[in-house]
Design a protein around this ligand. Structure first.
Ligand SMILES: [Zn+2]
Length: 300
């Protein structure tokens, strides 16, 4: 099997890790005594994901889902897939709290419904509260089999609930959105939605892990230790550059919404992830606010 991203199908990423291809939301399955799925894409992709999972797994099922964070495009298909496979979910404590909160469930469903419109999905599917969530912390280990396990790292900054998973001994890293998002063009978009300082710190923490594969949840994976390191360095540079750009804009005005609109119009004309504009605007506004609160209003 090749590793060319075709927009459909399944391929072997490395070792016992498989990619369920999608142009926007590739998913990763770790096959072993237990089958693990990392993240759950969007609600509109549920049927497609189920079909591909059944193709890959045959009569086996998904036993465990690892969530990198609580965002709607990582959790959207979760409740339906759980009804199908009955898996347990492992996430950060904060993600668990969010997914047990009715208001948050409504918010996640709302963005998923908007994405369904974008994709012309007219079904009446809804995102509902996932069950059987186990909260874990940094330094916890998830055993897959006798000689394979997953290490957990707190990587906040994208959100406060973000964690990353490192598959050992292979050193395959699942960073969620903590490493930024790669566009089709190869350009990297920073996503420090909850805190710039923590995002930068988390990026540096990921660099120190010396991963050989970066299994990104959007667009594609990065393979080879040097390529992974280059990606993370470039992601850090883009992060610092966007901070400077926002700081410059904040010198002129503190109208977060209009600063975000300007950045969105200039930089996100061809977004890495197609989706409701509202979701992108929420993201960029959050980054403007984090720079304001951390460097302008109350500089450390
Ligand atoms: Zn996210």
């Amino acid at each position: 099997m090749g590793n060319v991203v075709t927009g459909k199908g399944i391929s072997n990423l490395r070792s016992n890790v498989f990619t369920i291809h999608d142009l926007m939301f590739p998913l990763y399955v770790i096959r072993g005594e237990k089958n693990l799925l990392v993240d759950c894409s969007i609600l509109a992709k549920t049927k497609e994901i189920k079909g591909k999972l059944n193709e890959l797994l045959g009569k086996e099922k998904i036993d465990l889902v690892l969530l990198t964070h609580s965002h709607y495009d990582h959790t959207g298909a979760c409740s339906y897939l759980q009804k199908e496979y009955g898996f347990e979910i492992i996430s950060s404590m904060r993600t668990k709290e969010i997914l047990e909160n009715d208001k948050a469930i409504e918010f996640i469903d709302n963005l998923n419904q908007k994405f369904k419109k974008v994709l012309n999905d007219r079904s009446n599917s809804v995102f509902s509260k996932p069950e059987h969530i186990r909260g874990i912390d940094e330094n916890d280990t998830i055993r897959i089999s006798g000689d394979q396990w997953i290490e957990v790292f707190a990587t906040p900054g994208h959100t406060r609930c973000s964690i990353s998973f490192l598959l050992k001994p292979e050193n395959i890293l699942f960073p969620g959105d903590a490493a930024g998002v790669i566009e089709k063009s190869g350009k990297i978009k920073p996503l420090f939605l909850s805190s710039y300082a923590l995002y930068e710190q988390s990026l540096k923490k990921l660099m120190a892990l010396k991963a050989v594969v970066l299994a990104l949840p959007h667009n594609r994976a990065i393979k080879g230790e040097n390529k992974v390191q280059e990606f993370l360095e470039s992601s850090l540079r883009e992060t610092q550059r966007l901070k400077e750009e926002i700081l410059a804009a904040l010198q002129i005005s503190t109208d977060f919404a209009s600063i975000a609109e300007n950045i969105l119009n200039r930089e996100y004309t061809l977004p890495a992830i197609m989706g409701p504009r509202e979701a992108h605007l929420i993201n960029v506004t959050a980054m403007v606010k984090s720079i304001f609160y951390e460097f302008v209003k109350d500089p450390h």
